[in-house]
Structures are given as structure tokens and as C-alpha cells.
Design a protein around this ligand. Sequence first.
Ligand code: FMN
Length: 177
Amino acid sequence: MIRIAIIIGSTRPGRKAEAVAKWVYEIVDIKDFNLPLLDEPLSPIMGQYTHQHTKTWSAKIASFDAYVFVTPEYNHATSGALKNAIDFLYNEWVNKAAGFVGYGGAGGARAVEQLRLVMAEVQIATVRNQALLSLFTDFENFSVFKPAPQQEKSVNAMLDQVIAWGSALKTLREKQK
Ligand SMILES: Cc1cc2nc3c(=O)[nH]c(=O)nc-3n(C[C@H](O)[C@H](O)[C@H](O)COP(=O)(O)O)c2cc1C
């Protein structure tokens, strides 16, 4: 059995993220961790955290083998909140797997592409399949989440890859111990 976290990448009041994330699976909501802008004196790669909020976030992220990032698109990127939450940690992410569910006016495609570059630096392997939800076709009146039927297929294909890669990397991490 591998543990997969669905990470909500938006903290905005009135955000669409919750409805999208709940559709996928059980969730880790970065809003619940009350992370300020990165306030640790040492680089996260040292793993020497001084603040309780970092230690709590670290323990939560370390407990998973794979992640699905649910990201809005803000100005052709992911949200500052999600980037900041990723930046807080390092070794907790290494040799894990991730998939993406993006949403926005253009389906969140640019946010997901940008996140893939960030993932490369924290040594997370990202899967090809992804779900991209459009405000025009997957939300009624641009607000109520009503995903088009084919989106379920996209999510399932992505999850299959996350499970496969997450399991393979779990084996690798166990061999490295
Ligand atoms: C600051 C900001 C910037 C945005 N920039 C883009 C963008 O570059 N491309 C896009 O397709 N949608 C953009 N949008 C639309 C958002 O993707 C859309 O409002 C989405 O619902 C935001 O996620 P949230 O409701 O979870 O906060 C932007 C929205 C905000 C608030």
C-alpha cells in the first residue's frame, strides 16, 4: 500500500480548489498548516527546522509516498501559497512521485508546466497524464464545479501512473535505507 496526498494549492477565500480536490480523493490542505512566507533561517536541505509550523508540515509531507497537486493558475504560474509550501521542505519530497490537476481559464496548463520545473529541483518524479479543468467547460457559470464526463478518465489515468511510480520509488527509497 502506498500513501498518496492530494495537496490543495490555493488558499484564496472563495477558492474553487476544495471542490476540485474533493472530487479527486482525501486531501491535505495547505491552508490548515498556517504557513507564513518562508521563515526558516537555514536552507530546507539541512532539515533543521526551528518553527513548529515547519515541523508539522514536514511530518505530514514525509508520511506520503506520492502526491497529487491541485493547482489554480495565477498569472501563468501556480499559486504563491503552493510554491511557498513546497519551498519550506526538501528531503521530504525526494524520490517521491506526483501528478497534477490544474484549473483556470486555460485549464491551468501553464501552472502545471511551471510546477513540473519546481518538482525537478526537489527530485519528485512527475507523471505525464494530468487533468486540466477549464473554467469555461468544467464549471457552471464559471463558479460551480461540474466537470465534463471525460475528465474522470483523465484523473483516473493520472492516478494509475502516480500509483505505479509512487510504488516503484517507495521500493527505491527502501533499498537506499
Ligand atoms: C491573481 C489571479 C491571477 C490569475 N491568472 C490567471 C491566468 O494567468 N490564467 C488563467 O487561465 N486564469 C487565471 N486566473 C483565474 C483563476 O485560475 C481562477 O480564478 C481560479 O478559480 C483560481 O483558483 P481558486 O478559485 O482556487 O483561487 C487568475 C486568478 C487570479 C485570482
